[in-house]
Design a protein around this ligand. Structure first.
Ligand SMILES: [Zn+2]
Ligand SMILES: [Zn+2]
Length: 374
């Protein structure tokens, strides 16, 4: 019994620090913290992940590469390029090691602002530290195991960090459902994430990589998000304002939010989630549109069409609201539309000419203001 309890507690506690510190902080910088707290979490990361401690610095760099090249050839771990989870683990390990030893060139965008504490990085990854934990875990199992089969959990205890990694990197890119159409294979692995502390909402996360709350729909509860809010309230961390993270300028007064709510409550066809939190939904669509128009445009027609859908959702908001509020909402959207007109529309026009297509009948909103090439 003690072994089972230990395994379960260890599962969640080690995962907490991997997700909170390595993933959300080191890789994505969803919040900031002082150098002192950074050291505290570095040490907690080592204590909880033990023999499978992963350098937050190397993890952060590796994970940024995953997002940048998701499911493309340069992705450090895409199930598209590995035959099974073990091969994926091995490949990830090799690239991890290349990054740790700085054997491969690393783009500045992957290394900028990732925390680095050389002492803990070297110590935590040393053979001495790993051996110490393996011996400690084994001794604990010998002392408390009451049946032989409980020893089956020992190998998993030893490699718990990478094991958590492979669950998401393999399965959440293979199995599950999607809330968002994205250009990679990321899925929401479990609708109610009792196993991976929110990391299962991987499709949500790929769509909104800087959002500290991995949940999106009402039943998608991210257990780590309340801790982030708590740590923020306690002053341990400082959440980035949405503006800093996404550079979308979106602020509504309480009156305006109430108005928006009232309007969506009246709308028969509005989905329940829209009626409950229209201002949050609007922000989400705005952020999605923002990240689309500001990306390095690679000219992916599918992505273009998908994001027209996002813009269509925004338009739905604009059409539903009264005139005053509409003007206000429009003022958030227009600078982004302007970027779209400058960047993507000429590309589409060129594409159409190249393919010898006449312009297809434009989207309903394209035809008004957006699609006019300046
Ligand atoms: Zn992923
Ligand atoms: Zn991520």
């Amino acid at each position: 019994m003690i072994i089972i309890i230990f395994f379960i507690v260890h599962w969640y506690v080690s995962l907490f620090f991997q997700s909170f510190f390595n993933h959300r902080y080191a890789a994505h910088g969803m919040f900031t913290m002082s150098k002192g707290w950074e050291k505290v979490f570095y040490i907690l990361s080592w204590l909880t992940n033990g023999s499978s401690f992963l350098s937050p610095n190397t993890y952060g760099i590796l994970h940024r590469m995953h997002h940048a090249f998701a499911d493309k050839e340069k992705d450090p771990h895409s199930p598209k390029f590995s035959p099974n989870p073990f091969a994926l683990m091995l490949k990830t390990r090799n690239i991890y090691s290349d990054i740790w030893h700085r054997r491969i060139p690393l783009e500045k965008r992957f290394t900028d602002g990732v925390p680095y504490w050389k002492f803990m990085d070297v110590f935590g990854e040393s053979n001495g530290s790993r051996l110490f934990w393996v011996v400690a875990y084994t001794a604990f199992y010998i002392a408390f195991a009451t049946a032989w089969w409980q020893f089956l959990f020992l190998p998993l205890t030893i490699v718990i960090g990478p094991f958590h990694g492979v669950v998401i990197n393999w399965f959440a890119h293979k199995i599950g459902y999607s809330n968002f159409k994205v250009s990679d294979t990321s899925k929401n692995f479990l609708p109610v994430d009792v196993l991976m502390l929110g990391e299962s909402y991987h499709n949500n996360h790929h769509k909104r990589p800087n959002n500290p709350n991995f949940g999106f729909r009402w039943f998608e509860m991210d257990p780590i998000y309340p801790f982030i809010l708590l740590f923020n309230a306690l002053g341990i961390i400082k959440l980035k304002k949405a503006g800093e993270a996404t550079s979308v300028d979106f602020e509504l007064s309480e009156v305006e939010v109430a108005q928006l709510k009232a309007e969506f409550a009246n709308l028969q066809s509005a989905r329940t989630s829209l009626q409950l939190r229209p201002e949050t939904k609007f922000r989400q669509y705005l952020e999605a549109w923002d990240s689309f128009v500001k990306q390095d445009w690679q000219g992916d027609m599918n992505e273009y069409l998908r994001n027209l859908q996002v813009r269509k959702e925004i338009e739905e908001f604009l059409q539903t609201t009264n005139e005053n509020l509409r003007e206000k909402l429009k003022s958030f959207v227009e600078p982004l539309d302007q970027k779209f007109r400058e960047k993507m529309v000429p590309w589409k026009k060129e594409m159409m000419e190249k393919l010898n297509f006449s312009m297809p009948s434009p989207h309903f909103w394209e035809s008004n203001s957006i699609y006019q090439v300046g």
